[in-house]
Design a binder for this molecule. Structure first.
Ligand SMILES: *[C@@H]1O[C@H](CO)[C@@H](O)[C@H](O)[C@H]1NC(C)=O
Ligand SMILES: *[C@@H]1O[C@H](CO)[C@@H](O)[C@H](O)[C@H]1NC(C)=O
Ligand SMILES: *[C@@H]1O[C@H](CO)[C@@H](O)[C@H](O)[C@H]1NC(C)=O
Ligand SMILES: *[C@@H]1O[C@H](CO)[C@@H](O)[C@H](O)[C@H]1NC(C)=O
Ligand SMILES: *[C@@H]1O[C@H](CO)[C@@H](O)[C@H](O)[C@H]1NC(C)=O
Ligand SMILES: *[C@@H]1O[C@H](CO)[C@@H](O)[C@H](O)[C@H]1NC(C)=O
Ligand SMILES: *[C@@H]1O[C@H](CO)[C@@H](O)[C@H](O)[C@H]1NC(C)=O
Ligand SMILES: *[C@@H]1O[C@H](CO)[C@@H](O)[C@H](O)[C@H]1NC(C)=O
Ligand SMILES: *[C@@H]1O[C@H](CO)[C@@H](O)[C@H](O)[C@H]1NC(C)=O
Ligand SMILES: [Zn+2]
Length: 720
């Protein structure tokens, strides 16, 4: 009765993958949700009025310093576990700023490439050898470093496969279904899939689930918006279009099943600690990423064979190369020869942890984090735009600390290692401090790709959204983009005021799924901005300085914004949460769920009233504590202030369900989680949706109850 059309339709899926922002995901953010919570554009006071402390923090930011921090981070190999010196440098800079900083080491399991080759043998006997590294460019010095990192997929299996291959569109389940319906035999063949639309590891998983023996993922100009060679733009380094030799690296782990080290799921990775079997968490078939340039001959060899793109009739199937037809193949005699050898290893990684102790340590801690490891020598956008900003943020707070100031609440900075393999650094840190974090954490603020273009992005918890938006109004947007006046205007124009829930695309995952309030901030390019070479060699300092953010002004604005948010959460007498907004966001997610189920399972409706009822209780509790908070403040009632702050700190713990979501014990948040067939977008009330798509109505009913009790728990904590 219940089928899996739900995920096939991609309903109620939206969101960003912080390390995974392409134009399409930016676009998805605005259009996928059925129920938009569109805040109206609000008035902005101009010029912004800042308090004295806010001014000190904002004026401390210097784009020239950020430029130099960016330069440092983007001129050495700093793949996960490769660069302890960079961790030490970060520690020294945070220490100099005034944070007490240490390094924490975790030994993690991962795979590293030993040797890879990929060849196309055409029916006429000719051979095309695929390049697994980008062209070196004189204008971009780090592209020719001798220790530059070849393109590969972290967590890929090893294997040697020589077989026919089939183009599978975006590699969603429904794409494979189209091919099977047309009688194409997929068994033992290699899948050739276009990047984009869904998370790359899900494409590999779908190929594997359909009996295929290997997977090749290519970049297509389809996701480059208007900035393509076909539209007359020159490719990087001569212009803003994509360099055709660029290759998108990335992890292919099954990200919707776990975060962190796959050999220690649910507990911290220690050098000689216990390890579990990793096979359920990673693909068993080899996969390799290739460039646009190398995709063309592979696609051309399939032209006219198998299912045509018109017959496939799937969105995102037909790409933007003018000279290929995007036929599925296979073509008799067109063979891919793939040889891929990976080394499984357990090696140390280094998180840098900086602390300013608060004057009211009992009120808890605010954690602000960014990962440091990059796929390439550069990493100027991903993640070191964020890392450069974190140094400047530390120095801004340091100005106050050196004058004897301490925030009310403790502030912790995290510079995580090995995010790119699968959020290892942040997840292992959370796992090793979990009981303490459960008691003390107020919130986690994540900044990953702080800048890959000028368009401001915000996702995450309803209670934090209002302070985050208010602080946008206090930050001037750089006039070099001709779009001022404030960050708020840029954000509103980009998003129409919509804020998606968190999935699992960056280091907030371990916090959020243990019931800690979290947001993710950053900025992307849109379809008319220079193309960002996501996870490729040209995500470099040279690209950033010339195309991404000349003058590092957007970096400055993003850093000022994050610093102001952090300052208010750490130091306001009452934690600046907007609980009625949190209730409104939950209600919107609930309406999304209702509508999705109505569309998909109209014949056997599920009774969702327990969630509806729990939301009413939450809404009342949210209104009431907001009233009490303002009275406590008005009367300076310190006892009541402490009570409100402790409830604000703790209530979101209620959303975490003991034992986790069905089939994924470390994803505990009942409100949202990465979609099982999407991998980077977030599904709302995921356990209910997943149970229905798996055809288990009993389990769906159970999860309606569990989701409702989670909301009740959160509401109970808020009650005074
Ligand atoms: C670590 O990174 C720094 C800064 O980018 C660089 O100078 C250094 O060579 C790197 N170390 C290694 C071992 O690659
Ligand atoms: C293609 O699919 C759409 C729905 O996705 C459908 O409306 C349309 O009729 C299909 N076209 C063909 C030619 O099958
Ligand atoms: C195919 O088109 C691309 C641009 O879309 C161009 O760069 C390439 O040279 C063309 N290849 C062939 C073999 O025609
Ligand atoms: C594989 O990894 C181990 C452990 O990290 C290392 O000692 C060994 O040199 C690696 N082998 C190759 C061929 O890279
Ligand atoms: C750093 O630690 C020292 C010694 O424990 C302490 O006195 C100092 O206040 C700490 N600094 C900050 C910013 O928390
Ligand atoms: C600072 O805070 C940390 C974390 O709460 C605590 O472990 C440490 O003892 C504190 N240090 C000082 C000097 O207060
Ligand atoms: C936002 O849109 C408004 C209305 O279209 C326009 O006046 C303003 O310049 C835009 N601002 C930004 C920052 O894009
Ligand atoms: C509120 O009360 C506390 C503790 O009595 C005091 O330190 C503080 O100055 C008061 N704040 C205001 C704004 O009156
Ligand atoms: C449905 O889920 C429950 C767990 O909630 C499980 O015990 C049961 O076996 C599942 N039924 C089917 C048909 O998979
Ligand atoms: Zn990243």
């Amino acid at each position: 009765m219940y089928t899996s059309v739900l995920s096939a339709l991609g309903l109620a899926a939206t969101g960003i993958y912080a390390c995974q922002r392409d134009w399409e995901s930016l676009h998805m953010r605005i259009h996928k949700h059925k129920n938009h919570l569109h805040a109206k554009r609000s008035a902005v006071e101009y010029p912004p009025v800042l308090t004295e402390t806010e001014s000190i923090l904002v004026n401390s930011f210097d784009s020239k310093s950020i430029d130099s921090w960016s330069y440092y981070y983007t001129h050495g190999d700093h793949l996960g576990g490769h660069n302890r010196t960079m961790a030490e440098w970060t520690m020294e800079h945070w220490n100099d700023a005034g944070f007490n900083t240490t390094i924490e080491e975790y030994w993690i399991w991962y795979t590293a490439p030993i040797e890879t080759s990929l060849k196309l043998n055409r029916p006429d006997g000719s051979i095309h050898e695929v390049s697994l590294i980008e062209d070196m460019l004189e204008e971009d010095p780090t592209t020719s470093y001798p220790n530059r990192i070849p393109a590969y997929h972290a967590m890929s299996a090893s294997g040697t496969v020589k077989s026919e291959y089939v183009y599978v569109g975006r590699g969603q389940r429904a794409d494979f279904q189209v091919l099977k319906d047309a009688g194409i035999n997929l068994e033992g063949k290699i899948a050739l899939s276009m990047y984009g639309g869904i998370y790359r590891g899900t494409k590999v998983k779908n190929a594997q689930d359909n009996g295929m023996a290997g997977c090749v993922l290519f970049t297509d100009p389809l996701d480059d918006g208007e900035i393509t060679e076909a539209n007359g733009y020159l490719p990087y380094p001569r212009g803003p279009a994509r360099n055709p030799s660029m290759i998108q690296r990335g992890s292919v782990r099954f990200s919707s099943l776990y975060s962190g080290d796959p050999s220690t799921v649910g507990y911290a990775s220690e050098k000689d600690g216990p390890r579990n079997d990793v096979t359920p968490y990673n693909p068993s078939i080899p996969s390799v990423p290739i460039s646009m340039k190398d995709a063309i001959p592979l696609l051309q060899a399939l032209d006219g064979n198998g299912v045509s793109s018109q017959e496939a009739n799937r969105s995102g199937w037909h790409g933007a190369f003018g000279n290929v037809s995007y036929s599925s193949g296979p073509t008799p005699g067109a063979i891919l020869d793939m040889h891929h050898l990976m080394n499984n290893t357990v090696a140390p990684t280094w998180d840098v942890i900086g602390v300013i102790n608060g004057t009211h340590p009992e009120e808890g801690v605010l954690v602000i984090g960014n990962h440091r490891d990059a796929w390439v020598i550069g990493g100027a956008a991903d993640p070191n735009s964020g890392s450069a900003i974190m140094i400047e943020l530390a120095r801004a707070f340091g100005k106050l600390v050196k004058g004897g100031w301490r925030p009310r609440r403790t502030v912790i900075l995290g510079s995580w290692d090995a995010e790119e393999f699968g959020l290892q650094g942040s997840t292992e840190w959370v796992e090793s401090h979990l009981p303490w974090l459960i008691t003390n954490a107020i919130a986690y603020l994540n900044i990953d790709v702080a800048v890959s273009g000028p368009r401001t992005a915000l996702s995450g918890a309803g209670e934090i959204q209002t302070i985050a938006i208010d602080m946008m109004k206090k930050v001037l947007f750089p006039s070099t983009w001709g779009t001022g006046p404030t960050l708020y205007d840029m954000w509103y124009n980009t998003t129409e005021g919509e804020i998606p829930p968190l999935g699992s695309g960056s280091d907030y995952a371990a916090f959020y799924h243990n019931g800690i309030s979290a947001i993710d901030v950053g900025s992307d390019g849109g379809k008319t901005d220079p193309v960002y070479h996501y996870h490729g060699h040209y995500d470099s300092y040279a690209w950033m300085a010339k195309y991404g953010d000349p003058g590092f002004q957007v970096h400055t604005a993003m850093g000022q914004w994050l610093t102001l948010i952090a300052y208010h959460i750490a130091d306001d007498v009452i934690i600046p949460w907007d609980l009625p907004n949190a209730a409104k966001v939950l209600r919107t997610h609930f309406e999304d769920l209702e509508e999705t189920l109505k569309d998909t399972y109209a014949e056997a409706p599920l009774d969702l009233s327990p969630i509806d009822d729990s939301l009413k209780v939450f809404e009342d509790a949210a209104e009431r504590i907001t009233t009490i908070a303002s009275q406590a403040l008005a009367f300076n009632d310190t006892v009541l202030i402490n009570v409100v702050n402790s409830k604000y700190r703790d209530f979101s713990r209620g959303f975490a369900s003991v034992g986790g979501l069905p089939g994924r014990p470390t994803f505990k948040n009942v409100i949202s989680a990465p979609g099982l067939d999407n991998g980077y977008g977030a599904d709302v009330f995921p356990a209910v949706q997943d149970s229905l798509s798996a055809g288990n109505e009993t389990q769906a009913i159970e999860w309606v109850e569990k989701s409702a009790s989670a909301i009740m728990r959160a509401a109970e904590i808020l009650k005074i």
